[in-house]
Design a protein. Structure first.
Length: 528
């Protein structure tokens, strides 16, 4: 009796809780820069402000109704590259020494122990694995990570942004949304035909800049009320700028891009149904970091910040044993995914002890009655950001401590009651602040996490080593081209962008050098 026959027999005669007895499939949809409250699903049941009343995502709704809303699912970092590397390896960005966009330290020594594809093949050698879309992880390439099928490694953009070194995409495939989905569907078809279990990660370039969408979808949103978050006229630029993140009016374009992505997700869900594998396939939908616009509210801040808006993700899961239409607010984090998939795939041999995550099986099956067993109780988020505000945070139970690594200011929040992080409890609970800060510093010390001074030194070397020179050479080239064709608006726009970029790098060189000296003079351990 072959696998397909066995699966069919189980589907006919056994309840849903036993479907996991068959080796399951996994589909992970990893969206780029999608804010916590930007889908049309309430992230907290009964709280309308935790969903969008303008953006429409009926297929995300479809997933949520068929599975579980993970109300408190965190990304590993406030930026994409560290999150992607952490998810892949089941380890924190701190342990992997890849905490910011710069991969200088990660390139010096590969710190990974096992990847999701490798773990699944360890659990069951028949697993086939694929990654399509944004890779943006300089620590390792997809094939080295164990992916059998891939279109990468790919960088931060698919080609549809203001850079004359890139190829612009066809109008009917903005952000490669639809072609990535086509590749994913074909991979699933191939594995079902071969009777192979599979893991598929579809990493969308949406919702990252530069924004783009189908024209007909934009027209749809121009006719809709803007919703409570976007009522002011000033929020919607009326100008048409041919090459920019605000192309076509940023709000309409952004809404349409999300709608297009959701439609493509519906195509993928339809394919899972048509292939007859829905009852044996876990589908996870999440994002790599917070959004850059108002879609994070009522959470505070967004991308590039360790406040909740930067790291709490719109996350949903459907699959065997998961109660349809359920909600769970147990804190989970994406470095739990490797251990979770390994457990659900039937893996029993011990995984490397350096892994930070724990299996979410109990949470998937029991919701808020479930728990996650990790090596450490605390969730530590470390973001020694060299171009912005460097920070570090720790969450234990309902309390979260956030520390500015330059000023050493600390704030304490009870996020079970204050998800907007408006009430700083540090002055009322000094002992809690001291305890959590000690735990945070001890963990970072134990994994030899990058310090903010180290990341700044690396950044200064990159600036001095070629970034500033290359930027100025590009600016000179664009100015010469504009002088030859003074009426070229696109070139004029690019000159403005390049000039701003060169100016920014000059300012950052000066600022980083000054802050490095400040830390050296103060003599503090700047991850602590």
């Amino acid at each position: 009796m072959n696998m397909k026959t066995i699966r069919l027999s189980l589907l006919l005669f056994f309840p849903a809780a036993l479907f996991a007895a068959v080796v399951p499939n996994f589909v992970l949809i990893y969206v780029d820069d999608l804010g916590w409250a930007e889908t049309s699903v309430e992230m907290i049941k009964g709280r309308a402000e935790t969903r969008s009343d303008f953006y429409q995502t009926p297929n995300v709704e479809r997933l949520a109704k068929g599975g579980m809303v993970l109300s408190a699912c965190y990304s590993p970092s406030a930026l994409c590259a560290p999150s992607r590397n952490s998810l892949l390896h089941g380890m924190t960005p701190s342990r992997l020494r890849y905490t910011v966009l710069s991969a200088v330290e990660a390139k010096k020594q590969y710190m990974g122990k096992i990847t999701i594809p490798q773990a699944l093949k360890k659990a069951h050698p028949d697993y086939m694995t694929a990654h399509f879309g944004k890779w943006h992880n300089e620590s390792i390439k997809p094939t080295a990570a164990g992916y059998d099928v891939t279109d990468g490694p790919n960088g931060n953009g698919p080609g549809d942004f203001a850079d004359d070194r890139k190829t612009h995409l066809p109008d009917d495939d903005p952000k490669r949304i639809f072609s990535l989905t086509d590749k994913s569907v074909q991979f699933m078809k191939d594995q079902v035909a071969a009777e192979k279990p599979f893991y598929l990660q579809l990493s969308h370039y949406a919702m990252h800049i530069w924004h783009n969408s189908l024209k007909e979808t934009r027209e749809k949103y121009k006719k809709l009320p803007r919703g409570r978050k976007y009522e002011k006229k000033d929020d919607l630029p009326e100008e048409e700028i041919s090459i920019s993140m605000y192309n076509h009016g940023w709000l309409y374009n952004y809404a349409a891009m999300l709608d297009d992505m959701d439609r493509s997700f519906g195509t993928l869900l339809d394919a899972i149904d048509a292939l007859g594998i829905a009852d044996n396939t876990y589908v996870v939908f999440t994002s790599d970091n917070g959004g850059g616009f108002r879609g994070n509210a009522p959470l505070k801040a967004g991308k590039g910040s360790l406040y909740e808006g930067g790291i709490r993700m719109p996350s949903f899961v459907r699959g065997p044993g998961i109660t349809p239409g359920s909600y769970c607010d147990v804190p989970v984090v994406q470095w739990d995914f490797l251990q979770t998939f390994y457990d659900l795939a039937g893996g029993t041999a011990p995984l490397p002890p350096e892994l930070d995550g724990g299996s979410l099986r109990d949470v998937f099956e029991n919701g808020n009655e479930g728990s996650v067993k990790r090596n450490a109780e605390a969730l530590v988020f470390h973001f020694p950001w060299h171009t912005g505000e460097p920070e570090s945070a720790i969450q234990v139970g309902k309390y979260k401590l956030r520390k500015n690594l330059d000023t050493l200011e600390m704030k304490l929040f009870d996020i079970s009651q204050d998800i907007g992080e408006q009430k700083d409890l540090s002055s009322k609970m000094p002992e809690m602040v001291q305890t959590l800060d000690h735990q945070r510093a001890a963990y970072l010390e134990s994994v030899n996490a990058e310090t903010v001074t180290l990341t700044r030194r690396n950044y200064v070397e990159l600036l001095k080593g070629g970034w500033i020179k290359n930027g100025r050479e590009r600016l000179a080239k664009l100015k010469a081209e504009l002088a030859a064709d003074p009426g070229n608006k696109q070139k004029a726009f690019k000159v403005g962008i390049s000039q701003n970029h060169v100016d920014f790098q000059d300012r950052q060189l000066e600022r980083s050098t000054r802050l490095i000296k400040m830390h050296e003079q103060r003599g503090t351990a700047d991850r602590n």
